[in-house]
Design a protein around this ligand. Sequence first.
Ligand code: MLT
Length: 328
Amino acid sequence: MQPFAALLRGSLAIAALIAAAPAHAQNWPTRPITWIVPFAAGGPTDALARTIADRVSREVGQSIIIENTPGAGGTIGAAKAARAAADGYTMLVGHMGYMGAAPALYKKLAYDPVKDFAPVFRFPDTPMVLMVRKDHPARDVKALIDYGRQHPGKLFISNAGMGSTSHLIAAMLASSAGIKMTLVPYKGAGPALIDVIGGQVDGMFDQTNTALPQITEAKVRALAVTSATRVAQLKDVPTIAETVVPGFEAATWYGIYAPKGTAPAAIDRMQQAYLKVMKDKAFTDRLAAQAIQMLPADKYTATALGKHTEAEVARWKVLAAKANISLE
Ligand code: MLT
């Protein structure tokens, strides 16, 4: 083939690809979408993701399939999502641990929460509950800290992996209280909670959406909540701030992220579907009944999640150093 003809043929092929891309994204979605949840099924991230995915899928007109890819505090699933095709059909359910704190904790992180992802939207936040096995001698958080002080290294607190929020919050409490806990990692808060219920470990921090049923059924005992004020569903359970660490406040934040390079049309279509769902009071009341904290609508957007992610990566660099949280 003559050089000019080959050059022309190549240019036409590239032009055709470019022309097709916007049309492809404009028609998005034409097949089921996968949301990667980087924890075992049954935990709070998995539960909240499935609840939101169910409603959003009805708005976008395609199934949203939850794919559990656990391990390493959520960083294995996050790395997989970062490498996924930027076609709008794979997204990550991100959260404060592996999309906020991880860069401060993992020396070799296989992704960058800011550079490798395009934010899509932010979930509402979920406060956490400190729970102990129902036969533990501690009846309140002060007694649990005293127990930890009297039994250094013998207070076994489970979590969803190093860098997970159940790990981070426990490590921050141990640091504030000046005690040594033994932090026991699992593939998710679901399995971690099973061992609190079974008595294999002493306790854990878990988000309210999965903790509340176990507390209500008296399978575990709630000692404190991490929110700034008490939660209505546990009005007799004090906050960490009012009991042992003044000013202590923590809630797990979440967001949906697409691989960098995903078409803006697909991101915006997903974002708009979610923003519509979050205007449905019957739906948000269902979340609020789990002590999930709604945010102002402008905090749910892709832009707001992007700014929040950057701020959190910076904040946890300071927090992790201050609380001496490391993975070693
Ligand atoms: C965590 O503890 O970081 C996660 O929320 C655990 C989970 O959702 O399984």
